[in-house]
Ligand binder design. Structure first.
Ligand code: BMA
Length: 391
């Protein structure tokens, strides 16, 4: 960690101590990492062949998660409310002066060979945005609203009728090759995400999310836990072993249908397949279930700690920001609630599509001042606040 932003130094004198201690502790503290690299990294990805930059990113996220929460925003550089594809623009930057720490992207549609994703972002542009985010020191995460490899429909399905897709696309299934073809197209895109010096850009990859609801074809009533796990495991192994993609960290992110660790683990692919212990939740805000939400953050925080992984609030937000001081009086108190909820490595807000469907303020929107105050909190990190994440 060679460069540390002013915000880190000013906001948190303890951070300086933390940096000094990191160097000291690196030789003695991390015996749990049974690897020669324990002198460099506090934590290692499941892919033993992960690139140096990917390992560094995972380590940095782990170290920062002890005191800070990184803030992410979906499709941030691509568009915002009332604008589309303006070079360098971002609603988050318009308001706070900084890009978010994490840019979220979705490759839904890639498997159909489309030139653009399901929300009309051309993949060529998405590649540029990902490169831009990387070059200015931020992090990228990719989710995949996977089209149905059997029917060509979208990810969404009737949540009351069991959809047989998953059983048909697993190895041995009649349509397995359809899925592999789609996965190859996803892999081709990931393989094209290179920095100026030609290295693959590290990506937090979050496939088959919200699997404990039934709105997606990989959801709860559409497959058994074993089938879901097999799909996730197959996907992960294919990307690493067959496609040799060593720039991925794997994120698991069910929705809110769990209250304890046992339930969280129902469809968990396993410690050898997951780097980030995530969770998506919008609905708890709609129904005011703050206690349940806190409990779930505690569950993932505890579990991540036990397994020496990181936890993250992988997708959330309040659509249309209906309310007052939503960032400092709703999100911040949740993240700051206790030592467990404080351990979230990051929080990802969803996309700013239009004046109804948006999750962070845009120029002129009434929550703008509150979002600035949120950014200025000592525990919150945006892009400009990050140390070097890939070293
Ligand atoms: C949903 C909505 C949709 C969008 C989809 C994938 O939450 O934002 O409009 O198509 O995510 O990004």
């Amino acid at each position: 960690m060679t460069t540390i932003s002013n915000k880190l130094i000013l906001a948190k004198p303890s951070f300086i101590l933390f940096v000094v201690l990191t160097a000291f502790l690196s030789s003695c503290q991390f015996e749990e990492v049974k690897n020669q690299e324990s002198s460099t990294y506090s934590i290692l990805p499941v892919n033993k062949n992960a690139s140096q930059e990917t390992k560094a990113l995972y380590h940095q996220l782990n170290m920062l998660s002890k005191d800070y929460v990184l803030v992410g925003h979906q499709d941030d550089l691509a568009y915002g409310v009332n604008w589309w594809d303006e070079q360098g623009r971002s609603d988050v930057k318009d308001i706070t002066g900084s890009y978010p720490a994490i840019g979220g992207w979705d490759i839904g549609g890639i498997g159909r060979g489309w030139p653009m994703n399901l929300d009309s972002i051309p993949f060529d542009k998405m590649r540029n945005y990902i490169q831009q985010a990387y070059e200015h020191g931020s992090i990228n995460t990719i989710s995949w609203h996977t089209y149905n490899p059997v029917t060509d429909d979208g990810s969404w399905t009737d949540k009351t009728i069991a959809n047989p897709t998953l059983s048909q696309i697993l190895p041995g299934g009649e349509f397995h090759n359809n899925y592999v073809e789609m996965l190859d197209l996803a892999a081709d895109f990931i393989q094209s995400l290179k920095s100026k010096d030609g290295n693959l850009i590290p990506i937090l990859f979050r496939p088959f999310h919200e699997n404990n609801g039934s709105w997606f074809w990989w959801g709860e009533i559409h497959c058994s836990p074993e089938q879901y796990k097999e799909l996730y495991q197959f996907t992960m192994k294919y990307l690493i072993e067959t496609r040799k993609l060593n720039n991925l960290l794997f994120v698991y992110s069910p929705d809110r249908a769990f209250t304890n660790e046992k339930e969280y683990l129902d469809r968990y692919p396993g410690d050898d397949f997951v780097d980030v212990i995530g969770y998506d939740d919008y609905y708890s805000f709609k129904i005011g279930d703050t206690l349940g939400l806190l409990q779930r953050l505690e569950v993932i925080s505890d579990f991540a700690e036990k397994r020496n992984k990181i936890a993250a609030f992988t997708e959330t937000g309040i659509e249309g920001l209906k309310g007052d001081k939503i960032f400092t009086e709703v999100f911040l108190p949740i993240l700051q609630h206790n030592e467990k909820t404080k351990k979230m490595a990051y929080i990802m807000f969803w996309r700013n599509a239009n004046t109804h469907h948006f999750y962070v303020p845009y120029l002129g929107q009434e929550e703008a001042e509150d979002f600035k105050a949120f950014r200025n909190h000592e525990s919150i990190l945006f892009g400009d606040d990050l140390p070097k994440m890939y070293q």
